[in-house]
Write a protein that binds this ligand. Structure first.
Ligand code: AP5
Ligand code: MG
Ligand code: ZN
Length: 217
């Protein structure tokens, strides 16, 4: 059983690593960012509320986010395990998650932080693009599709850039997340559950480092 939290600043490679973890372990991938973007696209009440924060690079309120995660963790696909990608990202959320995992009897097995320097993150975010059809994530510089203009995963030909990857939003997003990052890591460090991997290696090397930690248990 793997019940994993992936910690990391915007662009650290949480989503990229998650894709590879899911391919191997077939556990549920829970990205709060992806869930909010889907809710925004569908214009649900949560989506409309989240939009006002996300478009500026700010955090959606803790209670709103935690409620979404608690509902998601009750779905049957999480029984074999799950990855939390982008949650928690404040210590308040980490405390709320303690309550959630207790109530649902789904204790965490691993917390892994992916470390990447800020200057690398800025470059990565501005070069990121996604497949319109399947959501696979690529990077113009570091991680392009194998065949130009064709998604490796689904063969799709249409791509887009995330709204919050525009330069004026990226700066605030990084600042907001950096402020929360150290206390959050300390929270799990104190519990003795935190492991870290170097996120500046190639995606397959980052995955290998994570996999080594996961297969220890
Ligand atoms: P979210 O979607 O989670 O965004 P984020 O945390 O800013 O992280 P990203 O998805 O941008 O980065 P990632 O680490 O997944 O990197 P990726 O793999 O794509 O959240 C969006 C917003 O929603 C937040 O700003 C907030 O407003 C709200 N929100 C979400 N959760 C919330 C919460 N818990 N509380 C409150 N608000 C919340 O990789 C990045 C790029 O680098 C890609 O192009 C990729 O191809 C490339 N790349 C990846 N790995 C490597 C590598 N090893 N080497 C080179 N390039 C690489
Ligand atoms: Mg992501
Ligand atoms: Zn695709």
């Amino acid at each position: 059983m793997i019940n994993l939290i992936l910690l990391g600043l915007p662009g650290a490679g949480k989503g990229t690593a998650s894709e590879r973890i899911v391919d191997k372990y077939h556990i549920a991938h829970i990205s709060t960012g992806d869930m909010f973007r889907e809710a925004m696209a569908n214009e649900t009440p949560v989506g409309l509320e989240a939009k006002s924060y996300i478009d500026k690079g700010n955090l959606v309120p803790d209670e709103v986010t935690a409620k979404l995660v608690e509902e998601r963790l009750q779905q049957p696909d999480t029984e074999k395990g799950f990855i939390l990608d982008g949650f928690p990202r404040t210590t308040v959320q980490a405390e709320l998650l303690e309550g959630i995992t207790k109530r649902l009897n789904k204790p965490l097995t691993n917390v892994i932080a992916i470390d990447v320097d800020e200057d690398v993150l800025i470059k990565r975010l501005s070069a990121r693009y996604m497949c319109k059809n399947c959501g696979a994530t690529y990077n113009k510089i570091s991680n392009p599709t194998k065949v130009e203009g064709t998604c490796d995963r689904c063969g799709g030909h249409e791509f887009y850039q995330r709204e919050d990857d525009k330069p004026e939003v990226v700066k605030n997003r990084l600042e907001v997340n950096e402020k929360m990052n150290t206390p959050l890591r300390d929270f799990y460090e104190k519990k003795g559950i935190l492991a870290t991997v170097d996120g500046e290696q190639k995606p397959e090397e980052v995955f290998a480092a994570i996999d080594k930690i996961l297969s220890k248990d």
